[in-house]
Design a protein around this ligand. Sequence first.
Ligand SMILES: Cc1cc2nc3c(=O)[nH]c(=O)nc-3n(C[C@H](O)[C@H](O)[C@H](O)COP(=O)(O)OP(=O)(O)OC[C@H]3O[C@@H](n4cnc5c(N)ncnc54)[C@H](O)[C@@H]3O)c2cc1C
Length: 328
Amino acid sequence: MSRIAIIGAGLAGLALARELRDFAAVTVFEKSRGFGGRMATRYTERFQFDFGAQYFTVKEERFRRFLQPSIDDGTLQRWDAHFVEIRTGVVVDSRQWGTEPEHFVPVPKMTSLARRLAAGLDVRRGVRVDSLKRRGTAWQLLDDNGAPLGEFDWVLSTAPAEQSAALLDGHSPLAESIDELRMQACFSLMLGLDGDPGLPWQAALVHDSPVSWISLDSSKPGRSGHASLVVHSANAWADEHIDDDPQDVQAALLAAACEASGLDLRRSAHMYMHCWRFANMPRHSGPEYLLDADARLAACGDWLIHGRVEAAFLSAAALAGRLLEFSE
Ligand SMILES: Cc1cc2nc3c(=O)[nH]c(=O)nc-3n(C[C@H](O)[C@H](O)[C@H](O)COP(=O)(O)OP(=O)(O)OC[C@H]3O[C@@H](n4cnc5c(N)ncnc54)[C@H](O)[C@@H]3O)c2cc1C
């Protein structure tokens, strides 16, 4: 049986592991302590924030089939938010989300889907794969201290583009093709409020502003915490300000969020900002996964298609389908 190492326990890594686990000995390495990657949740004593992906839609039938058990057992629920579009502080469009399309969120938090998908898999959390080394026909994985993490026949990276390129560099020409892809950044500002802000909407797409998105995160199904807002910057704005003083970035986003929402958010009970250096990828054409069959190295993830949860799954499913041909 092949030994397969998967780097990353986001949606792509976990979907890949589940597709391959009946055909190979699969080990997943995840550098953070949790599951889910950019489908992330942060807590404080009073507040809870989904500070990466906000929700996702399902267009492809095979993604729906993959998710159906999680829909059936309530891990995934619909977020029927009142959605608005805002331009210079004015609501220019407004609609109620419902079935066309459905906007799914994991319950009770964004990481709940990944946790469910990880059940029964061998996931080594808190382990960052730093480099790969050839040992005969196998790949040895090494951690930050150069300590060996095991030997594998195949290594599949689901880390964001730049991080996958760094891992594969010197081992496969795949690294150069990844180098052409640039992911966009995003700042996520999390605001915990003392009471209900009284907003007439729960999700807002914001135009012509450093801010691109505001959600009343606590309005999602199954959330238990106090009122919480998540504010995301526009990707282009984040790329432009990525090296600025974080306090200046936070102040600019806060001012833009106040303007867009009409709320005075400066006295929020809790305020925290996270910077996603590799957050998003505009939709582009090209292969859905990258495979170097001679070297037995591959990469997949949303960044090969579009920065969306469904794209992460489709990329992983396409790679898994190709790899299963090798086991026939
Ligand atoms: C701010 C923000 C908002 C978003 N909003 C939405 C949205 O509303 N709807 C939507 O559909 N999508 C949204 N997305 C995109 C969505 O989150 C991604 O498309 C999806 O989560 C990508 O999954 P993935 O498995 O491909 O990658 P990731 O989730 O990035 O998983 C990769 C994993 O690899 C791990 N890793 C990296 N390097 C190493 C290493 N060397 N060793 C071990 N582990 C490593 C990382 O820790 C991570 O867990 C958003 C993303 C961000 C950041």
